[in-house]
Design a protein around this ligand. Structure first.
Ligand SMILES: Nc1ncnc2c1ncn2[C@@H]1O[C@H](COP(=O)(O)OS(=O)(=O)O)[C@@H](OP(=O)(O)O)[C@H]1O
Ligand SMILES: Nc1ncnc2c1ncn2[C@@H]1O[C@H](COP(=O)(O)OP(=O)(O)O)[C@@H](O)[C@H]1O
Length: 222
């Protein structure tokens, strides 16, 4: 091996890093970057993080939003808590540390989607502020858009489309969010969507509010 081979090894040694349990790893840069992908897609990659109680309408909003953006020619992808728990996160329960890991993994995957230039819609209860804030910290300023579906427990419980609240109330599900497990509402999120009493706001009206925000902040162009 000549001198140039040695100098490459030395250079790599300088770049070696340790991330948690991964040691001696070196970041490999690609010649096609986020900027190039965004140019191709004519949009900016970001994460729309929808949080709220079970039954608050997270999945419905995620779908309405995805449909609304798709019809405007924008590429989206939904990471729904329920769905991701069918595969990548099927090893996780609902105890506090498993919820934290569920949120962490979805945060990391969402970051990859945003880096791909995609508008990633993450819809999961994500009950703990600390876990949501950790996902926010993974992304550049502005690219994590937290949407709080502020729907009272009584409304969610009256909807109960899967019958889970009923099971939780009679003790057949333990540690159900809002019943015998906590939900910490965001203190300072980008968008709050309220659904109170008789004031019914349709999923598509809610989606339009989010789309207006994206438009205003420049995410719907490269
Ligand atoms: N104990 C308990 N608490 C809350 N929710 C429960 C529980 N057990 C099962 N489910 C069902 O799982 C869905 C929530 O999964 P998430 O991945 O979004 O939860 S979390 O972010 O990890 O807290 C949630 O889906 P949504 O109703 O769509 O929110 C429930 O259907
Ligand atoms: N904006 C809305 N107005 C009235 N009902 C809604 C709205 N969004 C969702 N729903 C209804 O509420 C129930 C729960 O919605 P879902 O999207 O499954 O909530 P989550 O994903 O938060 O559990 C469903 O029956 C759905 O049709």
């Amino acid at each position: 091996m000549g001198d140039s081979g040695n100098s490459t090894i030395c250079e790599n040694l300088h770049q070696m890093s340790t991330v948690r349990k991964s040691t001696n790893i070196v970041w490999h840069k690609s010649s096609v970057e986020k900027f190039d992908r965004q140019e191709l897609l004519q949009q900016k990659g970001c994460v729309i993080w929808i949080t709220g109680l079970s039954g608050s309408g997270k999945s419905t909003l995620a779908c309405a939003l995805s449909r609304g953006l798709h019809s405007r020619g924008k590429l989206t992808y939904i990471l729904d808590g329920d769905n991701v728990r069918h595969g990548l996160n099927s090893d996780l329960s609902f105890k506090v540390e498993d919820r934290a890991e569920n949120i962490r993994r979805i945060g990391e995957v969402a970051k990859l989607f945003a880096d791909a230039g995609i508008i990633c819609i993450a819809s999961l209860i994500s009950p703990y502020r600390k876990d949501r804030d950790a996902c926010r910290a993974l992304l550049p300023e502005g690219d994590f858009i937290e949407v709080f579906l502020d729907v009272p427990l009584q409304v969610c419980e009256a909807r109960d489309p899967k019958g889970l609240y009923k099971l939780a109330r009679c003790g057949k599900i333990k540690g159900f969010t809002g019943i015998d497990d906590p939900y910490e509402p965001p203190l300072n999120c980008e968008i709050v969507l309220q659904q109170k009493g008789g004031d019914c706001v349709s999923p598509s009206d809610m989606a339009e509010k989010v789309i207006s925000y994206l438009e205003e902040k420049g995410y719907l162009q490269a």
